[in-house]
Design a protein around this ligand. Structure first.
Ligand code: ASP
Length: 293
């Protein structure tokens, strides 16, 4: 049976532990030939630099062939596009297809048309499972046991697939998530603790995950300027003080809006570690989904 990775719920706790164990063996740029003569296709209907290149590097380090297609936004209806795309990719004999799309649910639709394993590289505001997995991996590396530790997710949570996937995965692995955002950036329905004032909770935190304001998903401008938003939600050194709070961001960072420059260069920033760990985590994910199914 072919299996697909559309959300982190597609994996059991045991499977996630096995992925992390394998990823631990890839942290120093190791390569192998596990996916030799297999084809991985990245098909990105929405812009990406980090995720796309991360999957490319991961595929190559496993010896796979990799093709990346940037599909310009098209006027075709979603159904036609996905169907066409699926037929073409299948004809090329792909083992895995990594897909990014602005519509939630697109990877699931694609999975119905192809024989390859479909891996969700981010769909609308819905899910970004490989990002959440690399984030949990990075948090464990920094904090050791994450159970009972608290993380604030700060910013445009309502429109963020990264936040959505992380809220589910991090709470499942025992972390307490606190949402920090203005009311219009909070999810409409959620039973996760929330505040607009990060200073209220900062003393409790082991980590902060800052998010980019997803202006492309707003129907109309919410802030007159991003610097208005930054007044209350930018993470600064002054906010951190001398607390041992790790700072994360999935990228791309709006510098001096999401994170102050000085925070990005602080040893407590895990931002580049997330990128580094992303390749190792995606290698483990690709090898599982290609070889086991
Ligand atoms: N790179 C992340 C994503 O694809 C976060 C972002 O774009 O702000 O969702």
């Amino acid at each position: 049976m072919v299996r697909h990775l559309t959300t982190t719920a597609d994996l059991t706790d045991g499977e996630i532990e096995a992925i992390f164990e394998e990823a631990n063996g890839y942290l120093n740029g190791e390569t192998n030939q596990k996916l030799r003569s297999r084809l991985v296709i990245n098909i990105f209907f929405e812009n990406s630099t980090r995720t796309r290149s991360s999957f490319e590097v991961a595929s190559r380090r496993l010896g796979a062939e990799v093709v990346s297609l940037d599909v310009a936004s098209s006027s075709e209806s979603k159904g036609e596009t996905m169907h066409d795309t699926a037929a073409n990719l299948d004809a090329m004999g792909a083992s895995a297809i990594v897909v990014r799309h602005k519509n939630a649910g697109a990877p699931k639709i694609l999975s119905k048309y192809v024989k390859a394993s479909v891996i969700n590289g981010g769909d609308g505001a819905h899910a970004h499972p490989t990002q959440a997995l690399l984030d949990l991996f990075t948090l464990r590396q920094a904090l050791g046991d994450v159970r009972g530790k608290k993380i604030a997710i700060v910013g445009d949570i309502r429109n963020s697939r990264v936040a959505n996937s992380n809220i589910k995965l991090l709470t499942r692995f025992g972390m307490e998530v606190i949402l920090v955002a203005p009311p219009h950036f909070l999810p409409k329905r959620s039973n996760v603790r929330a505040t607009w004032n990060i200073r209220e909770v900062v003393d409790e935190l082991s980590a902060i995950m800052s998010l980019r304001t997803q202006t492309e998903r707003h129907e109309r401008p919410i802030y007159a300027s991003l610097s208005d938003y930054a007044v209350n939600f930018k993470i600064t050194k002054e906010l951190l003080g001398d607390r041992q709070i790790y700072v994360m961001h999935p990228g791309p960072v709006h510098r001096n809006i999401d994170l102050d420059d000085s925070v990005l260069s602080d040893p407590r920033s895990l931002v580049l570690r997330q990128v580094h760990n992303g390749v190792a985590t995606r290698m483990a994910i690709l090898s599982k989904f290609v070889l086991e199914y």
